[in-house]
Each structure stands twice: as C-alpha cells, then as structure tokens.
Write a protein that binds this ligand. Structure first.
Ligand SMILES: *Cc1c(COP(=O)(O)O)cnc(C)c1O
Ligand SMILES: [Zn+2]
Length: 424
C-alpha cells in the first residue's frame, strides 16, 4: 500500500502519472512527489514508525516506492549526537550533530537518496543506473548497485579525491572521468539520460532520488524525541538535502507527529562556491552560477539544480545562509574531531564553520536548540588534512627516548576538559 498520489509540478501544480519524468511540459518546472496525507492520518503514527526497521525504510510510508524496498536495507538511522563538549566551546545551550559520516555502506548522506532511487529504478525495470557526482554519490551508487546486481555508470570530474575514486572503483562500476567541473559532468549526464535508457539517479530519477533526503530530517525529529530543532544548519550543493529536510519537518507537522515550533533552516556553503548564500545576502530570488574553487569538493556545485528552492525555503522558514573560507573549514573539521570524536570531510567542516559564524553574528540565538547536519566522512578526503598537524619523528624503542617525547607532547597538546554534565 502506497500513499503516493502523483508527480506534481512545483510551479503550476499539474499532476503527472509516476514515471521517470523530471520536468513539467508546460513550464519546465521540476516535478516533486505528492502524497495523500489525509489517508496517512491515524495510520502513519509515531508507533508505526517506531515499529519499523532500524534503517531509513522505517519511513517507507513517506517515500515514493510502490512495493518493498530493493536497496539500502541498512542505510540511514545514523546517530544523532547531543554535542555537549562542542556546545560548551561554542557557548550554546542545546546542540546536536546528525552524523551521516557513519551512514552505511558508503559513509555519506548519499546512501539515503541512492537507496530510494535504486529501488525506484528496479520498480521501473531499468538494468543500468548512473549518476553525475562530486564523489560521494559515485561511491554510494557503485556500492548499492553492486549489492543490488545492477550495472552502474558513474560520471565524475577528473580532479576528485583518491578516497572517493578508489572507494567507488572497488565495487566495479564503469567510471567515466570528465575533464571539467561538476556542472560540466551534469550537463553531459542530461544528454546521456536522453539518449541511453539508463536510470541516472540525480537526473531522470531526480524526483524520487531527492525524496530519500527527507529521511535525514525525519531521523533528526524522531531521535530528538519527536521534537524539531529550532535551528537546523544544512550544507548546500545541488540543493537537494536542505529543502528535503524542511519538507520532512513540514510533513511530520502535517501528520501531527511533532509540534510546529516554526523550525528555521540555514544553508552552508564554501566561500569558493557560494551562489545561494550570495543571492541571500544580496536579497535576490535567483542566484548567479559560479566557477567553484574550494577544498570542499563534494559541495562544489556552481549551478545548483534546486538552488532556487533552497533560497525560497530558507526565506520561508526565517533562516539564513553563510559561507566559510577553506581555512575556517579545516579548523571546523579539527574542532569537531577534538570535541566530539567525529571526523568529517570538508563539507561537514563547512556546515560547522558556518554554524559558528551564524551563532557569532547572532542569527542563531545561543539559548535555542540547534542541529548541525554532518553529511560526509573525513577518511575519504585525508589529503586535505595533510600538513595540518605537527608530528614527531619516530623514536627508538627505548624508555629514555619515550620519556623525553612525553614531556614534549605535553607542552604541545592541551588536556581536554571533561564532558559537561547534561542539563535537563
Ligand atoms: C552531496 C553532498 C551534500 C549536499 O548536496 P545537495 O546536492 O545540496 O543535497 C552535502 N555534503 C556531502 C558530503 C555531499 O556529498
Ligand atoms: Zn508546471
């Protein structure tokens, strides 16, 4: 039993039957999955969700699939950390980290969107899947396609981090490296999707793919004890996850699963690729595409497909946007690691760095609940951290040399303060 009604144009609200369609014939508006929320009332409840599997499929009733899940049986349901040590450093009262660096099996938020897209690809009868990727999507598509027995084509820019390239290649996809940036890759993929009968997950399956990102928001709400954070900070690349976290919150409010506390949503970008943040600062509805130049490669999308809706949703919610320099990003990666024991990639560093700036500028009040969305894992991008730490030369296995090194290390390292006792 599915509650999906149609694909609906976000602009003119024309309904279309479900299929591998992405844009409206009338106005080229993007199509989005529409559900019958009335029919869900009394059936999709806290209890029905809690009785589901410990994966993103516990929210199956709010996802656009017809039958049973076909991919991602262990994806999602990542930890929500109450980050008290980080909160103390930042001088805020209630801070959470939603940690998709621990997502299964490919350690980024992309396991959510791919689980839904590949299930849909199988339902539609495709035997080949593909993607246009900044790295994490290729990794996730390759892994899930291998497990589902699908042929995979992953299209990536030719300058990606080795961890993401090898991390994808190990699953045996056909990898196409393209000279250029993500926006060049994406443009080519639109043409490929037209010519070949493949499911390019973020191109011709985009309406289904993007719905998977809602599960990041559903989990935040459920794991906070069926409450919404007052302030949520999300990274922005192509503009999928931010509007979908917001949609997830609104769906839970509509279904009466959480109280409406007017949740505000904030977008985080790198200074070297900040089209959405720039538009917000300048009071524009539309962004100007940029040529990305940042270490945060997984969010280096200069012409975000859903950037327009990111701007709309941020404004509607009363949130804001911020961007961070490469050095601020690296410092935030180290801060999160040092305070909470979480190693994120530059995209996560960007989100935290921007959160800090939003707190310092007073846009996010210090005494309200804040959730920071950490979307990727630092072990895939170790090269950006090289040279960030002082290391000592190797010693001989002698106590005298060890004793000398201990006192040196004591001088260069601070002892962490104990974790504060949580209040309330
Ligand atoms: C893809 C990605 C994002 C966000 O991308 P959207 O296209 O805006 O959804 C954020 N962080 C990481 C690590 C990613 O791989
Ligand atoms: Zn339309």
């Amino acid at each position: 039993m599915s509650y999906v009604k149609s694909l609906r144009c976000k602009e003119c609200h024309t309904d279309y039957a479900l299929g591998p369609l992405t844009v409206c014939d009338n106005d080229f508006g993007p199509l989005e999955v529409a559900y019958d929320y009335e029919a869900m009332k009394g059936k999709v409840t806290r209890a029905s969700i809690e009785a589901g599997p410990r994966s993103l499929w516990r929210y199956k009733d709010l996802l656009p699939i017809e039958g049973e899940p076909k991919a991602g049986f262990n994806s999602g349901f990542t930890p929500l950390i109450k980050a008290d040590r980080l909160a103390a450093e930042l001088g805020v009262k209630e801070l959470y980290i939603k940690d998709d660096s621990a997502n299964y099996p490919s350690f980024s938020y992309k396991d959510r969107v791919v689980s839904v897209a590949l299930t849909k690809a199988i339902e539609f009868g495709f035997d080949t899947v593909g993607c246009a990727s900044t790295g994490n999507l290729a990794h996730s598509v390759a892994a899930h396609a291998a497990a589902a027995g699908l042929r995979a084509f992953v299209m990536i820019p030719d300058d990606l981090e080795e961890g993401k390239v090898v991390g994808s290649l190990v699953f045996g996809p056909r990898m196409v490296k393209i000279k250029g940036n993500y926006d060049d890759v994406n443009r080519l993929c639109s043409q490929i999707a037209d010519k070949y009968n493949w499911a390019i997950v973020n191109v011709n399956l985009r309406p289904y793919y993007t719905e998977g990102a809602k599960t990041h928001g559903f989990e935040i709400a459920e794991q906070m004890g069926w409450r919404l954070p007052q302030h949520t900070v999300s990274p922005v690349a192509g503009g999928t996850i931010l509007p979908k976290i917001y949609k997830a919150y609104k769906e839970f409010i509509t279904l009466g699963l959480v109280e409406d506390n007017s949740p505000k949503i904030y977008g985080a970008q790198a200074d070297g690729c900040n089209p959405v943040v720039k538009a917000l600062r300048e009071g524009q509805e539309l962004f100007h595409p940029q040529k990305p130049n940042t270490i945060a490669k997984s969010i280096a999308i200069g012409n975000p497909a859903d950037g327009y809706y990111v701007i709309q949703d941020i404004k509607e919610s009363g949130g804001w946007g911020e961007s961070a320099s490469d050095q601020e990003i690296l410092d935030a990666v180290k801060l999160l690691a040092r305070t909470e024991g979480i190693f994120t990639e530059p995209a996560g560093g960007t989100t935290l760095a921007c959160t800090i700036k939003l707190i310092q500028s007073g846009k996010i009040p210090r005494d309200e609940s804040i959730c920071v969305c950490i979307t990727g894992n630092g072990l895939k991008t170790v090269e950006v951290m090289q040279g960030q730490f002082a290391t000592s030369p190797a010693i001989n296995a002698k106590m005298s040399e060890f004793n000398e090194l201990v006192s040196q290390l004591e001088e260069t390292h601070t002892t962490p303060s104990p974790r504060p006792t949580p209040t309330a």
